[in-house]
Design a protein around this ligand. Structure first.
Ligand code: FMN
Length: 385
């Protein structure tokens, strides 16, 4: 990791902690200017390793060893100055020399005032680097340290980690479009009350995230839950009907459709446009009517080659019930989970899923573990065909 002299360097200690927690190893190079923004001692304490500076440049040749050791070179934040140097092959310090000596993927996070970012010189330098295969992660819009507001903010450490993982993964889903539904639906009875379920969207977001790490383009149609969405396109919906419309509108785009949302099977027959009052009523009866079955509707109209992956949350006869859904809904795979099993289903970080292929000659496979880990393994199996 290279750190240059931008104000966003204050976020780097948090990033180093996340890298360490994720079991990746990091070697850090500070430019002379970066040392004004973040101390060597802070980073050495957090990384548990020596931090490299220009004092180390000259006596030995650390830039060659460091660039050969790395699986990915991340420059965060990257100043306008360093961008200009590395796009022109200038190698006048340890970091820029490591850059020109590296042959691993390079990930750059420019961060600066928006005028500096928009300057034609900076934009041309970015384009030069892109044309050489360097991945530039655009700064976000927002309040800047100088008091201005605009495009120039370095992404948060948590989001930088997503980009690092993506850079480290084999992109065996590059060019594939993956549409994922996630989370619960809210079926409103009146303007302030709804029927829902405890889905947190974790399984859907894990499937989406793993596909994104593997290079896919990912759109998530999300019910009303908070989902960590860096890098992915989001369409927010509330009810099953809204979710169905969003899926239909995006269906032709998708190579894979993952139906991980916990869609309400029923909605209130009558929606009351005014809040229902309790006065004078000991009990009320709400008549429920069926919602559309999104998976079945999509199964009817899916195009040749499109892969539909459904989820089945079951409490009994898990395999049999799931198998009948494959046929009824014209799915290619079902991921069945027994939500009554310990550590499985709604809101847990872990899950046990049985992957059931449509083709009965293919074997079923059980995946157990963290949702983010099993999603990765499920994709490996599905893309292998
Ligand atoms: C307080 C302060 C904040 C700065 N913030 C940034 C910044 O966010 N982005 C940037 O490109 N340059 C910024 N600069 C300018 C760089 O520090 C300057 O261009 C320096 O030469 C960069 O050196 P380096 O690229 O070798 O680290 C800042 C300068 C100062 C004094």
């Amino acid at each position: 990791m290279g750190v240059t002299g931008g104000i966003a360097a204050y976020k780097i200690p948090s990033l180093v902690r996340l890298i360490k927690k994720s079991n990746c190893e990091t070697e850090i190079i500070l430019t002379g200017s970066a040392e004004n923004f973040v101390t060597r001692m802070t980073l050495e304490t957090l990384s548990g390793k020596k931090v490299w500076t220009d004092d180390d440049f000259g006596s030995s040749i650390p830039h060659i060893k460091l660039s050969q050791w790395a699986d990915v070179l991340v420059i965060a934040p990257c100043t306008a100055n360093t961008l200009a140097k590395i796009s022109h092959g200038i190698a006048d310090n340890l970091l820029t020399s490591a850059m020109i000596a590296s042959d691993c993927p390079v990930l750059i996070f420019p961060a600066m005032n928006e005028k500096m970012y928009g300057n034609p010189a900076t934009q041309e330098n970015i384009n030069i680097l892109k044309s050489r295969g360097v991945k530039i992660v655009e700064p976000s819009d927002g309040e800047l340290a100088c008091g201005d507001s605009g495009k120039g903010r370095m992404p948060e450490p948590h989001d930088i980690m997503h980009e690092i993982f993506r850079a480290l993964c084999v992109h065996d889903m590059a060019g594939k479009n993956v549409l994922v539904t996630a989370g619960p639906t809210h079926e409103y009875i009146d303007p302030v009350r709804f029927i829902s379920n405890p889905s947190t969207g974790k399984m859907g977001s894990s499937m989406a995230r793993s596909a994104w790490y593997r290079g896919a383009n990912v759109k998530v149609i999300a019910g009303p839950v908070e989902i960590d969405g860096w890098g992915m396109e989001f369409i927010h919906v509330k009810s099953a009907v809204e979710m169905l419309n969003a899926v239909k509108n995006n269906l032709s785009w998708a190579d894979y459709v993952v139906k991980a949302a916990a869609v309400g099977d029923y909605k209130a027959k009558e929606f009351s446009p005014v809040k229902l009052k309790r006065e004078g009523k000991d009990s009320i009866t709400i008549e429920l009517v069926q919602n559309p079955d999104i998976a079945a509707e999509i199964g009817r109209v899916k195009r040749e080659g499109q892969i539909l992956i459904g989820f089945a949350a079951e409490t009994d006869n898990v395999s049999e019930n799931a198998r009948s859904k494959i046929i009824r809904k014209n799915l290619d795979y079902i991921l069945a989970n027994d939500v009554s099993a310990e550590g499985s289903g709604f809101a847990y970080d872990t899950n046990t899923l049985r992957l059931i292929p449509r083709n009965e000659s293919e074997t079923e496979q059980v995946f157990t573990g963290l949702k983010e880990d099993i999603s990765f393994d499920v994709w490996s199996r599905i893309i292998a065909g």
